[in-house]
Design a protein around this ligand. Structure first.
Ligand code: AMP
Ligand code: MG
Length: 647
């Protein structure tokens, strides 16, 4: 028998939290669970009806397989258990909630006044039961039938074995689950779990039990391939969050202050090591004077030009010619601009006497030492992304800075039909030119990151494996295109999983284009994991998925403080029909009468690369609902800018 599931029982009750002897339901649940060998109750506590108390307990029990909560699910103002639990769930399990309600309602209609919530938090199943011991008993009777199978699926325990069986032609769920008796012959059937009903799961719903998040074995013959993706279709926001969690800031390196520094993010505060100016400098072309001498005719004593290293002190009652930026001689305490003087006497080309026409104040037209930037002044902030203001660093003597390394990004195309775009022979039927590789190489480079061309690989398991292994050794991030859909030659996911020991974090995203977008990480021992974005082959899908998912990850790795895309509201210039999936609609955004206006680039089919031409924005369109099928002209829609607003 496999290891027992670890369980925590939480009683939520103001009264029981003061006097634990009042709690009947908690001990009852424990005794029900103890009747079988399948569960081990390792935690049990009582808290009052407070959201934070409930949440603190749940989050501190993150290692448990199952948390059963009793109490706080009713209608009284103090009942807040569902409100505490819901935000902590990563997935809701409405089927189990329904099971709880329906089993109790069958006994009494008053069970409708319970507000149970059930769901999954990472690897923990959470179930809320009413406070009354009777209702707990009824609910436990119902839910215990499905719990072992639910937990096995969640914990990935017997699931692989289970699914292999299914591929081989049917399995009786009752053998794998607790006491259910439905007979299920297809992959669709998994997780239905009860009462002999025929399951008709919709595969696109996240949480569908057939979505194991694992591909079929690479040895599976085509006739036995899965006919529905085993990867749950997740929302874009969730996918972005997953990528953000995996994309870690890279190591710190020393970067010279040069024209190649812009784009790096400082990993340290940088201070001025030299003052600017380093000497007292004149602001104007003119004459250095003692301001106390006032207007009058003076003998010109010496010359100081900007490039002169030093000059003699100025004698009292005399003046000295200085140029803009030139050093003001010692003793002088103001500079009069040449326009406020008159030549009185000359010899040859030399000025002998000059009349100062105006009076001045101390330090007039003199930049003191360090007046622009003193030594120790902060000239670069940790986390600041360097732009063309790097001259500041240069001016204060900073020659190297510590910055976060920028990711190296490899790009590999895949597909037997894909040929290098420079191929000179006429294409044979079925062949296409590789557009993804140059597009993505250009996009990576244009975004300021290092792009590595990894060529094209055939749809061949061994070849792909070899090329992926080579690639992973060379880069921080690998982008592949093609081979992630449902075709017989779509090997990317199973190779990553079964040969590269990658973790596939998601294999499908609810979006258009780019639904098969796949994200995986490959562990590297103590070193940072390599990130793999296995993008769909369709050129538009690959490009949109790059902008949406890859670019923010690259920025995050390079240390950007806000790597996410900014969403800018733009007004649409014509009606746009909504799709059944949230869509990233390519648009041209421009400014008209002070407004940002967006017009579609036309047919948005994911193979039609023309829809990217001149596109500088991705409109974030919501999915169609029964109420809203079209967004009307003039409506404001959030947009990701992927290009310049100016032409
Ligand atoms: P796949 O994701 O491999 O099923 O490919 C989906 C579609 O994208 C097919 O029509 C492929 O021919 C096309 N495709 C795949 N890779 C590329 C590429 N590198 N450049 C252009 N089109 C591609
Ligand atoms: Mg392909």
């Amino acid at each position: 028998m496999s290891e027992p599931y670890t369980v925590g029982i939480l009683t939520v009750s103001d009264t029981a939290s003061v006097d634990s002897s009042v709690d009947k339901s908690g001990p009852l649940i424990k005794s029900i669970l103890s009747d079988t060998q399948k569960y081990s109750v390792s935690q049990q506590t009582i808290v009052n009806d407070e959201i934070h108390a409930i949440q603190n307990t749940i989050t501190s029990w993150s290692e448990l397989n199952l948390i059963i909560i009793t109490g706080g699910t009713g209608f009284s103002p103090r009942d807040v258990t569902p409100e505490a639990v819901k935000p902590l769930l990563t997935k809701e399990t409405p089927g189990i909630t329904h099971l709880l309600l329906s089993s109790s309602i069958a006994i009494t209609p008053f069970a409708a006044l319970s507000r149970p919530i059930t769901g999954i938090r990472n690897k923990t199943m959470i179930i809320t039961l009413p406070g009354s011991p009777k209702a707990c008993q009824e609910n436990m009777d119902a839910v215990l039938k499905v719990l072992p199978h639910a937990l096995d699926l969640l914990l990935d325990r017997s699931v692989k074995k289970f699914h292999t069986k299914i591929q081989q032609g049917g399995v009786d769920v009752s053998s794998g689950a607790a006491g259910t008796n439905g007979t299920h012959g297809t992959n669709d059937a998994i997780g239905g779990g009860g009462g002999g009903h025929t399951c008709t799961h919709k595969h696109d719903v996240e949480g569908d039990a057939s979505q194991t998040g694992q591909s079929a074995s690479l040895d599976t013959p085509v006739a036995r391939r899965l006919r529905a993706s085993p990867y749950p279709l997740i929302h874009v926001d969730k996918a972005l969050k997953i990528v953000a969690e995996q994309a870690k800031v890279l190591n710190v390196i020393n970067v010279p202050v040069s024209q190649f520094l812009p784009g790096y993010v400082l990993a340290e505060n940088v201070v001025a090591i030299e003052p600017v100016p380093g000497y007292r400098a004149s602001v104007v072309d003119g004459y250095a004077i003692h301001f106390e001498d006032g207007p009058g005719v003076y003998q010109v004593e010496s010359i100081s030009l900007a490039q002169q290293a030093s000059c003699q002190p100025l004698t009292r009652g005399k003046i000295a010619r200085v140029a803009t930026g030139g050093m003001v001689p010692e003793g002088a305490n103001a500079v009069i601009m040449v326009e406020d003087t008159k030549l009185v006497r000359e010899q040859g080309n030399e000025e002998l006497e000059v009349e100062i026409l105006v009076s001045s104040v101390e330090n007039q037209n003199i930049r003191g030492v360090g007046s622009d930037c003193p030594v120790g002044q902060l000239v670069g902030r940790r986390g600041q992304r360097i732009g063309t203001e790097l001259g500041t660093l240069a001016s204060v003597g900073v020659r190297h800075v510590k910055a976060y390394r920028k990711p190296r990004v490899g790009i590999l195309s895949s597909g037997n039909e894909v040929l290098d775009h420079m191929h000179t022979d006429e294409l044979k039927p079925g062949q296409i030119r590789d557009t993804n590789r140059i597009t993505l190489l250009a996009a990576v480079a244009a975004s300021g990151f290092e792009a590595v061309d990894l060529g094209i690989v055939d749809d061949d398991v061994d070849e792909i494996f070899e090329r992926l292994e080579e690639a992973v050794a060379k880069v921080d991030v690998l982008i592949t295109t093609g081979g992630v859909s449902m075709g017989e030659a779509d090997f990317m996911k199973p190779i990553l999983e079964q040969k590269m020991q990658a973790t596939i974090h998601f294999g499908r995203v609810l979006m258009k284009p780019g639904k098969p977008t796949t994200f995986a990480t490959i562990p590297q021992g103590k070193r940072a994991s390599k990130l793999v974005f296995a993008l769909p082959g369709n050129p538009v899908s690959a490009t949109v998925a790059f902008h949406l998912f890859v670019l923010p990850a690259l920025r995050r790795m390079a240390g950007w403080e806000k790597p996410e895309h900014a969403l800018i509201p733009v007004k649409i210039q014509h009606d746009i029909a909504l799709d059944t999936r949230p869509e990233y609609h390519r648009v041209f955004v421009h400014i008209e009468n002070g407004n940002l206006m967006a017009s579609s680039t036309g047919n948005q089919q994911s193979s039609r690369l023309m829809s990217m031409v001149e596109a500088n924005g991705l409109l974030q369109l919501p999915m169609r609902t029964p109420d809203i099928a079209v967004l009307s002209k003039g409506i404001s829609v959030p947009c990701i800018l992927i290009g310049s607003l100016t032409k």
